[in-house]
Design a protein around this ligand. Structure first.
Ligand code: CTP
Length: 433
């Protein structure tokens, strides 16, 4: 059965969220650069955005040019670079650049630059550009931990969020010099990904503040011996993107991560690393009761070897005990257990539970029908279904599918980056409130 065959009242789509331009045009993105050492990483952000086909114009502050010179920004963006409102005055740059922008990304945003933006100053080309702009503004702070935690900076972050700007959480890790802590610029791919989601028309309001979100991500691995395991193709990208979107909405996010591609931690989220299904089950059971939303994006092994050999198994020899015949036992169903614990009252009744299903259809049954049966069987509130016939999705940057509700609703999840999809799934969770 195709989606079009479903009863009309069960069809609800989110497609209005994404503006469907008849003729997609090159988007104009202004990248503002503050005077911090992390400016060198912003070169990769500019390159990443340019490679996706957007027109990028770099507006550094005077201080930023101490770290990366104008020639680099001009070569990367293909546009001349000015820092002051007194360059090319006849072109009225301080107004035009902001008026024409579809998105402004400021990375790194130093404590001083954020203070100037919060105060509404317009004393250089970048701050003047922000004052004029009506497009989304993404601010990516980077500074030492002490500066990030300073009450003045905390207040400025709140003020900037109050203006409707998106302020990313900084990453935790190695800073300039010997110190380690919060204040590191997120990875260029993470910044570019969020920038694209915003320029694609997705809004990320901070309306999940105070919410606890638990997300499983990646694939579990079941050990056969010290060398081998049984695993799957999940990269964890969709789970990490969900974490990123939930952090941007202000939630406190924990990721229970199995095996993932080499993904950077979404700034602001906590990662609990696990390997086997049993470990994932234990971690989810431990944190489920304190969670307001639980999203199970992990690809979980349904079976594991009955025992894991202490020494490497040999291919020859006794076939009963060797690699030719492996006895498997069933793993716990984490999602079904969490739903059951909610019914028993061990997990609050208000906790919202979202499952995932990567399905392939066959001649008799479509992927969507299999997913609808799975939603009933698992008893969760929402189920995100991907049709993975043909090997799409796994490890790929994009995703799409349907979000099924336990009330029988089916909403289209439009094709987009995994972060675009994550934003749409969280919007689907909002409809359950
Ligand atoms: N899941 C889980 N624990 C398991 C298996 C699956 O929590 N032991 C979760 C997954 O994280 C996902 C959902 O259940 O959110 C559906 O996973 P899937 O593997 O499609 O479900 P199965 O019940 O294993 O169904 P199938 O027979 O199609 O493999």
């Amino acid at each position: 059965m195709a989606v079009a065959d479903l009863p009309e009242e069960s069809l609800r789509t989110d497609s209005a969220v994404v503006p469907q331009d008849a003729e997609p045009r090159e988007r104009r993105i202004v990248v503002g650069v503050g005077g911090g050492i992390a400016a060198y990483k912003t070169c990769h952000v500019v390159r990443n955005l340019k490679e996706r086909g957007d027109d990028v114009r770099v507006v550094p502050t005077e201080g930023a040019l101490n770290f990366v010179g104008a020639a680099t920004w001009e070569a990367l963006s293909g546009h001349p670079v000015s820092t002051t409102v007194f360059d090319a005055v006849d072109e009225v740059q301080h107004v035009r650049v902001g008026q024409e922008a579809d998105l402004i990304v400021i990375a790194p945003a130093t404590a001083d630059l954020m203070a100037r933006l919060a105060a509404g100053r317009g004393d250089d080309l970048l701050t003047a550009t922000v004052l004029v702009a009506t497009c989304p503004v993404l601010i990516v702070p980077a500074m030492h931990t002490e500066m990030w935690q300073n009450p003045a900076t905390r207040r400025n972050v709140e003020v900037l969020r109050g203006y409707g700007y998106t302020v990313m959480e900084p990453a935790h890790g190695r800073l300039t010099g010997k110190d380690t802590g919060a204040g590191r610029l997120p990875e260029p791919e993470q910044i570019a990904e969020l920038a694209r989601t915003l320029v694609n028309g997705h809004h990320v309001d901070r309306d999940w503040e105070g919410r606890e979100v638990l997300i499983t991500a990646g694939g579990t691995q079941e050990d056969l011996d010290p060398v081998r395991y049984i695993g799957n193709r999940s990269s964890g990208r969709q789970g990490y993107a969900l974490a990123e979107a939930a952090v941007q909405r202000g939630a406190k996010v924990k990721i229970v991560a199995g095996n993932t591609a080499d993904l950077p931690t979404p700034p602001g989220a906590t990662v609990i690393k696990v390997s086997s299904t049993q470990e994932m089950y234990d971690a989810v059971r431990l944190h489920a009761a304190e969670s307001d939303v639980i999203i199970m994006a992990a690809a979980v092994a349904d079976f594991r070897p009955a025992s894991s050999a202490e020494t490497k198994m040999k291919k020859g020899g006794d076939t009963e005990a060797g690699l030719q015949r492996i006895e498997m036992v069933e793993n716990p169903d984490i999602l079904a257990t969490v739903v059951a614990r909610r019914e028993e009252g061990a997990v609050p009744a208000e906790t919202l539970i979202v499952g995932f299903a990567a399905e392939t259809g066959d001649e008799e049954t479509s992927a969507l029908e299999y997913a609808q049966a799975k939603l009933k069987r698992k008893g969760c509130d929402l189920l995100m279904c991907n049709d993975v016939s043909g090997g799409g999705v796994f490890g790929q940057p994009n995703n799409q599918g349907w979000l099924l509700g336990k009330d029988g609703s089916v909403r289209d999840i439009a094709d987009g980056s995994k972060l675009d999809v994550a934003v749409q799934i969280l919007n689907g969770v909002d409809t359950l409130k």
